[in-house]
Design a protein around this ligand. Sequence first.
Ligand SMILES: CC(C)(COP(=O)(O)OP(=O)(O)OC[C@H]1O[C@@H](n2cnc3c(N)ncnc32)[C@H](O)[C@@H]1OP(=O)(O)O)[C@@H](O)C(=O)NCCC(=O)NCCS
Length: 370
Amino acid sequence: MTATKGLEGIVAASSSISSIIDGVLTYRGINIDDLAENATFEEVAYLLWYGKLPNRSELDGLQQKLDQYAAIPNQVIEQIKLYPKGTNSMAALRTAISSLALYDESANDMSPEANQLKAIKLQAQLPTVVAAFARIRDGKEPVAPKQGVSIAYNFLYMLTGEEPAEVAVKALDQALVLHADHELNASTFAARVTVATLSDIYSGVTSAIGALKGPLHGGANEAVMVMLEEIGSLANVEGYINNALANKQKIMGFGHRVYKDGDPRAKHLQQMSRELGKLTGNMELYEMSIKIEDLVTGQKGLKPNVDFYSASVYTTLGIPRDLFTPIFAISRVSGWSAHILEQYQDNRLIRPRADYVGPVNAKYIPIEQR
Ligand SMILES: CC(C)(COP(=O)(O)OP(=O)(O)OC[C@H]1O[C@@H](n2cnc3c(N)ncnc32)[C@H](O)[C@@H]1OP(=O)(O)O)[C@@H](O)C(=O)NCCC(=O)NCCS
C-alpha cells in the first residue's frame, strides 16, 4: 500500500451535483458562467438540492421556507453573547451551528424529508448566525431577519440594520452563486465523511465549517485581505511580492489543486471588484490586486483562485475581513447539504487505509526501564 499525499487525483465519490471537467465548473451540468450571469443564489440552492432549476411556484415555496426558518433560537443568541472577546468568527460559527442542533427536535430524524427540510433550515439560519455574531461582538443587539427578501439582502440588512443598496445585494448574490458548490473540495469531503457514518446533517455541516476555516481552503479570502493590508498601497506591491516569492512564501488566493490553468470563478470576482471600485471611487484595492496577479502569474505561472478577488469585493462592500470566510460558508452550506443528502441516498462508510510507516515488532517496556 502506498499513500497518495493529499488524495491528489483520487476519485473518492460519484456525484451528480457539480463537475470540474477540463477547467470548466458546472452545477448540475450548467456552466458556472451562465449561472453567475443569470441565476439568483436561491435558484442555485434549489438546483443543487433538487437537481433542476425551480419554476416560479417552486422558488416561491423555497422562499417561504427560508422566511419561516431564518430566525435562530434565543438560546443560541444568548450563548453567542457568552463567547469570549476576540473569538474567531469561524470558530463562533462552528460552535453556533453545532448548538442549533440542540434546539431542533428533528436533528436526529434521518428520514429523507426531515433531512431535506434541515438543509433548508441550515441555509436559512447560517446567515442569521453570522450576522448575529458580528453585531454581538461589536456590542450591538442582533437584528431579526426580514421576510420575503433574498439571502444576500437579508444578510447585509441583519449585519448593518439598514436597507442595503441594490448594487451591494447584487454583488453579494453573485458571489454566493460562485461559492455555492465545488465538487469534492476539502470541506465537502469532510461533510461526506462525517455523514457516511450515518451521523446527522448538523454534524456534517459542523465538520465542514471546521475544514473551511483553514487558510488553505476558505480561510484564504481573509488571508488575502491581511496581505493587502500589509502591502498598504499600490507603490508597495512590487517589493512585497518579489520579496515574498524570493522567500518561497505562499501568496494567498493563488494556485489550486484542480485548476492549473485558472479558476473560472475568479474572472467574475475580478470584474465585480473593478465595477465596485469604480462605483465607490476607490480603485486602489482593485489596482493592487491586478498588479499582484501580474507579478505572481508572471513569475510563478500561478493564477488567482476564487478567494483572491473576493477580498477586495467584500472590503469594498464594507464587510469586515473576519466575516469573509463565514460568508463563504453562508453560500457553501447549500453545496454541503446537497452532498450530504446525496451521500445518504447511496451511503457507504468512508474508511480508507493508511500506509503504515512507524516501527514494527516493537515491545512494551515497563515504565521503570524506560
Ligand atoms: C490551493 C493550494 C492549497 C493547492 O495546493 P496543492 O495542490 O497541494 O499544491 P502545492 O501546495 O503542492 O503547490 C505546488 C507548487 O506550487 C507552489 N504554490 C502553490 N500555491 C502557491 C501560492 N499560492 N503561492 C506560491 N507558491 C504556490 C507550491 O509551493 C509548490 O511549489 P514547489 O513544487 O516548488 O514546492 C495551494 O495552491 C495554496 O496553498 N494556495 C494558497 C491558499 C489558497 O489560496 N487557498 C484557496 C484555494 S481555493
